[in-house]
Design a protein around this ligand. Sequence first.
Ligand SMILES: N[C@@H](CCC(=O)N[C@@H](CS)C(=O)NCC(=O)O)C(=O)O
Length: 205
Amino acid sequence: MTSYKLTYFDFDGGRGEVVRIALHAAGIEFDDDRLTFQEFKEMRQSTRFNSVPVLEIDGASISQSNAMSRYIGKLAGLYPEDDLQALYCDEVLGTIEDVNHHVVRTFGLEGDELKEAREKLVSGWLTVYLRGLDELLTRGGGEYFADNRMTVADLKVFVQTRWLRSGALDHVPTDLIDQLAPGLVDHQERIAADPIVSTYYASRS
Ligand SMILES: N[C@@H](CCC(=O)N[C@@H](CS)C(=O)NCC(=O)O)C(=O)O
């Protein structure tokens, strides 16, 4: 039997979360290796690109969360078979990574410097990307981003919008998405209520 191990931080979000949900959806048992930040510091150099998530399949280690999401997404039936719909799905996965790139640049800042950087992020890149994602959702028909059903693209956006609306990021208003792109709020609620997602979180609690 194939063995799977996913190494990522010990919280329900971030780049590893879509892979965890997709593994659950596929009915694949896996070693859910959850690290504290201190544990990550200690093992960081042992990973190929000094980063997590790392997915090990029969001991072979894989990097790049979007590649993992696509692969496990295929096993779970959460990735389109149609090439054009797969393109739509990939576009969304890449878009969220671009958003992360801008958000991560504000990590480690403090005080006024953090406030200034976050306010610039909110009025700049976050506004651009949230509006763009709203357009992509409309293109998909308004409920899902691709294939008229839930795919890993929806999971990726769900994890991101839940995070942005949670108040975890100082100086990012929790109602930013409600103001700019209410369709993404409805989308977050739709995905949270999907049986795949709700049973995953029920299994965690
Ligand atoms: N492109 C990679 C990026 C991986 C990445 O940067 N992960 C972050 C955590 S979410 C990390 O490990 N950062 C390490 C560091 O900045 O020291 C992916 O999508 O998996």
